[in-house]
Design a binder for this molecule. Structure first.
Ligand SMILES: Nc1ncnc2c1ncn2[C@@H]1O[C@H](COP(=O)(O)OP(=O)(O)OP(=O)(O)O)[C@@H](O)[C@H]1O
Length: 586
């Protein structure tokens, strides 16, 4: 059974591969590349920063950094900011901002409106100043100015809108050339949503819209309109251009290996593709990462488009929906936003669990859902957990998500793993020897993406080394899978030892409850999480019921203090730390 929810943060974040602040990683990084860097580093130096200031954040003239360097410096500051805060927060508050001035004492940051200034000044000054300090090498007071133009003009230097925080630039400046991954969007549409958001000119603010009834007036299948395609002949057939992913040509039903773990979801997806907007509406798939949700959703889209190339499919991540909505609110473009989302035949939203804790967006999604549903349009959703387990999801959305078909994708059984391994190696032009397939299937049992990665690695390694694919070779190149090296403790371990030690339920630790005992256990957990993982304060807060970074910081400070003065606290912390350090006790 899928159990991810209990140990997952409210927003999914990578644990161990977070980019470090740029100066720590490389000592020099810039979107503008080595030329600017060399010029700046060569000419200028800054007090207290060994090796000089990579950006030339120091000038010859009155302490002001020359304007032509500000964009590169800001791009780096944005990169560091993205390692401190979650991407949605970054996108909301900092993506459009610009650095307008930098001298020995201050950094002047322009933002698009007074509300943003108020919000950043009140809630993000600390992180912003830390990021500035990390990049320029010493602290500056941040001063804000408002520039309404930023609402509509594109940023001069914009960090990439990828799947995660902007990766740090590497000192060498040489990017590794990798083959396109099967998950690489093929039509480059991903950036379009951001651009269109920036293009949107301010128009009169309209935050109200026609409300939809809370439930269809009678049974769903009778009252909804039947599924009729909106006649919209288009030059480019495929997903609507507001989609933020392209369809991977390999993600089709016939490339999907069916086993007991996914048989039901597969059958339902085929059913939806054959009669959209009917019995499986909405179609809600949930399961852990890498189990084939995206593959199935995209197969469904391919099949729909093959049947009718004019079908209007909007396919996007929940994050994009949230960002578009916030942007529409800011720009007073709600009307256009609603037009876009409510005039489709099929709405596919990946990672709908990201609606957690976003009240206004949930409200908007509720109305989008109702409009489409009542018009007989198909809604397809994927999530890491079932509707009822998505934290703070409004009851009316939970119930709507259950109206159609909710299905879980489970980890594949051994036979399915074997079949997938063989299929993936055949797709790459090789037959995996039986004993190698067995070895991989025995050791990689929870994530099909990892299974696929292992095939790629083994075949690639064999080709490079010009050796036959064998058990020995697989063990050699997948040492991380086979070596029984004790792994570093992760959040799951922290939560487990803390709940056991204090005899508490995980749900209590993650709840809003503030009784002294629960709050104390929670604080000890946050303290340990900071010591044994590389997660940011924000991320740690996510695992403790969505607490913010200042709550986590407070907890860490409190337990640090207490463990110096209170013997009981010290003994608890020591015992828990011992358990976390010893894999056998975890
Ligand atoms: N049953 C399957 N048959 C063949 N390939 C599969 C199957 N399930 C998953 N895969 C492959 O595994 C990889 C990961 O699958 P996918 O991206 O669909 O997972 P996901 O559940 O959407 O994960 P996430 O939640 O991380 O987005 C893809 O390359 C996909 O083609």
């Amino acid at each position: 059974m899928h159990q991810a929810n209990s140990f997952e943060p409210h927003a999914r974040v990578p644990q161990n591969d977070r980019p470090r602040p740029l100066h720590q990683e490389t000592g020099a990084a810039s979107v503008d590349g080595p030329a600017l860097r060399a010029e700046a580093a060569g000419e200028l130096s800054i007090e207290g920063l060994p090796g000089g200031d990579p950006h030339g954040a120091h000038d010859h003239d009155g302490g002001q950094v020359p304007a032509q360097h500000l964009d590169a410096i800001w791009a780096d500051i944005q990169g560091v900011l993205q390692t401190f805060i979650q991407r949605e927060q970054f996108d909301t508050w900092f993506r459009r901002a610009e650095l307008r001035g930098l001298d020995a004492k201050t950094a002047t940051v322009a933002v698009q409106n007074g509300f943003t200034r108020y919000f950043i000044a009140n809630f993000y000054t600390d992180v912003l100043e830390r990021a500035v300090s990390e990049v320029v090498g010493s602290s500056r007071e941040v001063i804000f100015e408002v520039d309404a133009e930023l609402t509509i003009t594109p940023r001069r230097a914009m960090p990439p809108t990828g799947d995660g925080p902007a990766p740090p630039a590497h000192a060498s400046g040489a990017a590794a050339v990798l083959p396109p991954s099967p998950e690489t969007p093929i039509d480059g549409i991903r950036a379009a949503s951001t651009q269109s958001r920036q293009r949107g000119a301010a128009s009169p603010r309209r935050t109200d819209g026609p409300e939809q009834p809370d439930r269809p007036s009678t049974g769903q299948t009778h009252t909804r309109a039947s599924f009729e395609m909106t006649p919209a002949p288009r030059r480019h057939r495929g997903l609507l251009s507001a989609s933020d992913v392209g369809l991977n040509p390999g993600y089709r039903f016939d490339a999907f290996v069916v086993g007991p773990c996914n048989r039901f979801a597969h059958a339902a997806a085929v059913g939806v593709s054959e009669s959209p907007g009917q019995q499986y509406n909405p179609f809600f798939m949930h399961g852990n990462v890498g189990l084939g949700k995206t593959h199935l959703m995209q197969s469904l889209c391919h099949a729909l488009l093959e049947r009718n190339p004019d079908v209007r499919i909007l396919y996007l991540s929940c994050e994009t929906f949230v960002n578009h909505f916030i942007s529409a609110l800011e720009n007073g473009d709600l009307h256009e936003f609603r037009n876009k989302y409510r005039n489709v035949d099929v709405l596919v939203v990946d990672d709908i669990h990201l609606l957690a804790n976003k009240e206004r967006t949930q409200e908007e999604f509720f109305h989008t859902f109702n409009t489409l549903y009542n018009a007989g349009k198909q809604i397809v959703l994927s999530s890491d957990s079932p509707p009822k387990d998505i934290p703070t999801l409004q009851g009316r959305l939970v119930s709507r998500f259950k109206w159609g078909l909710v299905t879980e994708m489970e980890p594949p059984c051994y036979e399915t793993r074997m079949a997938i391994l063989k299929r993936k190696s055949r797709e790459r032009g090789h037959e995996l020897p039986e004993e190698v397939a067995r070895l991989l299937a025995e050791h990689i049992d929870t994530n099909i993406r990892e299974l696929e990665g292992a095939v790629t690695k083994v075949l690639g390694y064999a080709a490079l080394a010009q050796r036959p694919v064998s058990e020995e070779l697989a063990r050699e190149c997948l040492s991380e899978v086979f070596d029984a090296r004790p792994s570093a403790p992760n959040m799951e371990d922290v939560l487990r030892v803390v709940t056991q030690h204090f005899s508490m339920r995980l749900s209590d630790i993650q709840s809003r409850k503030r009784t002294a005992a629960i709050a104390y256990a929670r604080q000890v957990g946050m303290y340990l999480a900071r010591r044994v993982t590389r997660l940011s304060l924000e991320e740690i807060g996510g695992y403790f019921g969505g607490r913010d970074h200042s709550t986590v910081l407070y907890a860490i400070q409190k337990i640090t203090r207490l463990s110096k003065t209170d013997a009981e606290c010290l003994s608890s912390v020591r015992e828990l730390q011992r358990q976390l350090d010893s894999p056998a006790s975890r």
